[in-house]
Design a protein around this ligand. Structure first.
Ligand SMILES: Cc1ncc(COP(=O)(O)O)c(C=O)c1O
Length: 383
């Protein structure tokens, strides 16, 4: 593996990218074959990556692109948000809102339920206006909210597009329905910290043929077709290279194993923290299969987050993974003109949670070290 599991004395990192020696060799062979063939973009690796990803997510179509941000922007362009509003949660990565703006829309921040870290239905209702074109649900940390069908129904009633930012949700499902299948389309990211990575990359999944066709055109400079010189929409260079797709083909084969191992880690965390007040995990919905991209826990009163993180690293050599997110978007300077007042659920969640490390090759010993360190540091800080 690239990042070997730690021994007792080594630090536990915030994240670890997992590629076995055999995987690295196969990627090198695929890259070499692509270089030899001269087919360096949108070729056989891309098709294999897309087909496998669509199958793994029970989607009719998967369209690979350069990033999760591009995937989201393309979906928003295809559903037509230009000059209109798009409701998004306040606790998401800035890219969700950047994609709305790049597609010509205006982001409207809605509040979340701190118990699920996902959009609150009432807050979404209150944020809708005559100008709303779409609602974007973000599956934070790979948790699909049990309210997902209510949110979809609300969008259907109002004639709005329901879009999923599934950047965290590779292989996630609720009651057997996969992330990306609840809305008109879902956008996945393959940024290096994600459960599956291609270095950089993204994927759109959809079962809507029109969105598929638009996405194929948008990613390739808005051309009418791959070999055409006619540009029918304002596209961009969002094609995935064959070199990145080769990484994706190989990594994506491990999705089920990664999800199974991460689920085992999460179950141990959930068991160990079931009755403690200092760190309360977000409870996964019944029927959820999560990637546990993140494992968020809400800290008990009196525990200073910055001090906890410092102690965990310095005394126990355990690095927590990054928050999701530390600062809500309505408090980010870049979105000041779009902020419309307090969003208490998002503010509470953003201020009071940490994310325990979860790696796709984490050992039982590492999980126990994290739990020991968390308990000891929280006990020290609560004194
Ligand atoms: C919630 C969310 N949305 C969108 C993105 C954008 O993905 P990318 O970095 O691949 O553009 C990310 C990832 O980093 C993300 O975490």
């Amino acid at each position: 593996m690239t990042g070997q599991p730690t021994t007792d004395s080594e630090p536990i990192p915030a994240a670890r990218v997992v590629f076995s020696d055999a995987d690295r060799q196969e990627i090198a062979d695929r890259v070499s074959a692509a270089l030899a063939s001269g087919a360096l973009t949108l070729g056989a690796n891309t098709r294999e990556f897309e087909d496998g990803f669509a199958r793994a997510h029970d989607a009719e179509f998967a369209i690979a692109v350069t990033s999760g941000t591009a995937a989201l922007e393309i979906i928003l362009r295809a559903v037509g948000v230009a000059g209109r509003e798009v409701v998004i949660p306040a606790n998401t990565f800035a890219a969700t809102a950047f994609a709305v703006l790049a597609a010509g829309g205006t982001p409207v921040f809605a509040d979340i339920d701190p118990a699920t870290a996902a959009l609150d239905v009432d807050s979404v209702s209150a944020a809708l206006s005559e100008r709303t074109a779409a609602v974007v649900l973000v599956h934070i940390g790979g948790l699909i909210t049990p309210e997902v069908c209510k949110l979809r129904a609300l969008c259907d009633e109002r004639g709005l597009a329901f879009v999923e930012d599934a950047a965290h949700a590779h292989g996630c499902s609720l009651d057997g329905a996969y992330a990306g299948s609840f809305g008109v389309a879902g956008a996945f990211s393959f940024y290096p910290t994600k459960v599956l990575t291609t270095g950089e990359g993204g994927m759109i999944v959809t079962s809507d043929e029109r969105i598929r066709d638009e996405a194929l055109s948008y990613r390739d400079q808005g051309k009418a077709s791959f070999l055409s010189n006619l540009h029918t929409r304002l596209g961009y260079a969002w094609r995935i290279s064959e070199l990145h797709a080769a990484v994706g083909v190989v990594h994506a084969r491990h999705l089920d194993d990664f999800v199974a191992l991460r689920t085992r880690v999460a179950r141990r965390y959930l068991d160990a923290l079931a009755d403690v007040a200092y760190a309360r995990p977000l409870q996964p919905a019944a029927g959820l299969r999560s990637s546990y991209y993140k494992f968020p826990v809400l800290l008990g009163d009196g525990i200073d987050r910055a001090e906890l993180k410092r102690r965990l690293t310095e005394r126990y050599r355990v690095s927590l993974s990054g928050e999701v997110y530390e600062t809500p978007l309505h408090a980010q300077p870049v979105f000041a003109e779009h902020a419309r007042g307090a969003l208490p659920g998002a503010e509470l969640f953003c201020a009071r949670h940490v994310c325990l490390p979860v790696h796709s090759d984490m050992t039982d010993a590492e999980v126990e070290r994290v739990l020991h360190a968390l308990t000891a540091a929280c006990t020290e800080l609560a004194r």
